[in-house]
Ligand binder design. Structure first.
Ligand SMILES: [Fe+2]
Length: 140
């Protein structure tokens, strides 16, 4: 590669590096639509390698006032296959609440939270012992 091509590639590559993150942000404003979605965590829209599992793992969130009900429509089959916990986070990833499940006692992955001191965007996480962490965004 001659010096001229090397310099051209460097300029183009540098400009792409500066513009690409902004373009990605502008194209999809959802905070869950990062390169990690579908790889490190999963969403209904980005189920990654667990595409066939999305319906049973994405947390379903219902909220009324300051009460939030989270349900994961997943089996609770003892320690073999179950939902380990639910976690609620605010927009800054601060913990709003969490619920651990006992697969020997809990027949359904359902948790209820009262969120009295926060309003705004929030995230419900559901952790399966076999199929990783699933996230649903909502507003409280
Ligand atoms: Fe699972």
């Amino acid at each position: 590669m001659d010096r001229r091509n090397f310099v051209t590639l460097g300029v183009v590559g540098g400009a792409a590096g500066l513009l690409l993150p902004a373009a990605l942000q502008a194209a999809d404003a959802s905070p869950l639509q990062t390169p990690f979605a579908g790889g490190i965590y999963y969403t209904k829209e980005k189920p990654g390698r667990w595409a066939a599992k999305a319906a049973g793992h994405s947390p379903v969130v219902e909220s009324a006032g300051k009460m939030v009900l989270v349900t994961t429509p997943h089996e609770m089959k003892g320690y073999e296959h179950y939902i380990v916990k639910h976690v609620l986070l605010d927009a800054n990833m601060n913990l709003l609440g969490e619920k651990m499940f006992n697969p020997l006692q809990d027949k359904a992955a359902v948790s209820q939270f009262e969120i009295a001191a926060y309003s705004g965007p929030a995230y419900a996480l559901s952790m399966c012992n076999q199929h990783d962490v699933w996230v649903t965004a909502f507003t409280v």
